[in-house]
Ligand binder design. Sequence first.
Ligand SMILES: Cc1cc2nc3c(=O)[nH]c(=O)nc-3n(C[C@H](O)[C@H](O)[C@H](O)COP(=O)(O)OP(=O)(O)OC[C@H]3O[C@@H](n4cnc5c(N)ncnc54)[C@H](O)[C@@H]3O)c2cc1C
Length: 511
Amino acid sequence: MKVGIIGGGHNSLVLAGYLAKEGVDITVYEARDRVGGLCVNEEVFPGHTISTVATYYGMFRRQIIEDLRLDVHGLEPYLTDPAEIVLLPNGGYSFTPRDGSDTKISAGELTEEDLAGWKNFWGEIGRGAALVAPFYYKPETTQQELVDVLRKDGLDFLASKLFDGTLFEVFDHFCKNQSLKAAVATCTPGYASNQGSVFGCMHHGTAETCGVPGAWGLVRGGMGMVSESLRRSAESKGVRVLTNTKVTAIRVENGRATGLKLENGETVACDLVVSGADPKTTFSRLLSDTELPAALVKQVEEPLTQISAGKIHFKLKRLPKFPTLDQLSHNYSGIIVVAPPADEVIADSKRVAEGKMPQSLMMTMAFPTVTDETVAPAGEHHMNIDVHQLPRTNEGEPWNDETKTKISDAVIAALKPFAPDIAEVIEDTFVVSPTDIQSRYNVGTGMCWHLPMTDRYAFDKRNMSGCEPYGTPIENLYLCGAGTYGGGNVTGVSGFNCAKILQDQTMRVRA
Ligand SMILES: Cc1cc2nc3c(=O)[nH]c(=O)nc-3n(C[C@H](O)[C@H](O)[C@H](O)COP(=O)(O)OP(=O)(O)OC[C@H]3O[C@@H](n4cnc5c(N)ncnc54)[C@H](O)[C@@H]3O)c2cc1C
């Protein structure tokens, strides 16, 4: 039996690794010159291995590492020490060491009540995440079932806001401190003042690194090693991975997927086709000649949010000086977050939704060269910066090389209060704009997670109109990318669940 997998993102590679077995002939077709999609290493500065899009490791499920023996194939996640510091708007910080001791907080006037509220808030989010985590493997789960699971465990307020409220509302219920509220805003993929942000925060709460629940870390050799180890594992079992091989159409005959058309003019016959591309690419580009149910077409064409994200990489002459980090004898390893004031987060959530640049950038950054000597020549450094929210377009036009400087200039200006010498230490710059997510990394929707991670697209609502989990209206055509149940981030969950369904299907599929 022949299986054709569109795209070599990490989810496609997880699927390929699980499906590979004797008698199943699997080929992965990747448009770019390398696998990984948004979980990729690129040498954008000579001699530097840069995790150009995803950098932070935590969501990738341990069972996949064990089942596919990814350690043997080069995957080496690690925990940094310290774990994280959030730089707060008033010059304060929330500093999380790795030794298990309590987070150290300096946030202006901080009462015992604030601290207790902060602990209770995180206690409930952690409990909620642990309760929700097993349901990522049960694609039939509805949002209401998850709400009921939280309620049953006494998390009533959290349950009432999980899909219907905002992270700020939940925080306000526990704590009144505005600086800590700013820190919380950085812990969800969207804006903490928007509906769906509670689920986003719990989604991130399902992280685990090196056996430590809730922990995030980095990967030795760059985040792209997740994808590279998956490729090696799949190839060791006979899977063929073809890069520089773009699929231009899915061939459909009598309502059944029968093969793929490639950009090089070739047509390949397949018994089963699985797309790891986002729903827009799969349904509106690769199936443009196929009649699809009207409700599905309407959903695929629905405009998504204007709020996207970006990534900036600086090659450095030397490490910049962050006075707050120096005061704490911080070693510049781990995750460093810049949190704008909560009221500016609320104002920006409206501005960016209207397509305007945010006034205060929310940023997460790391200096992987401090902890991993394999990612740069000896003594050289780079820094990776996520800008959490950016408008999808630059005033209605796609971002281009010229306008991208607007993003890097804004980042430098926003970093200056925290690292006054930042501009002096930059030797080279590489920007991944929201437009690049579409054009360089082939995500048709332009979204980090293929579809938003909000209540509208969480759990059962992530299945496209009229589609079973991982299925499509076309017989023998399936989906395994981040736009399916399980959702975004480097989790491998979509590839894993799709493989479970197709392991049965590969027995039954009609040739
Ligand atoms: C700026 C940014 C920062 C992020 N940071 C993190 C992070 O730190 N940690 C984290 O866990 N997650 C992060 N994410 C999210 C995460 O990277 C993605 O959700 C995840 O990698 C998606 O994986 P995937 O395999 O489902 O899809 P993708 O990675 O999008 O893979 C799809 C693949 O299909 C290929 N493809 C598409 N169309 C075709 C075609 N026609 N023919 C052949 N190939 C095709 C693409 O080239 C791509 O390789 C970030 C995302 C962004 C945008």
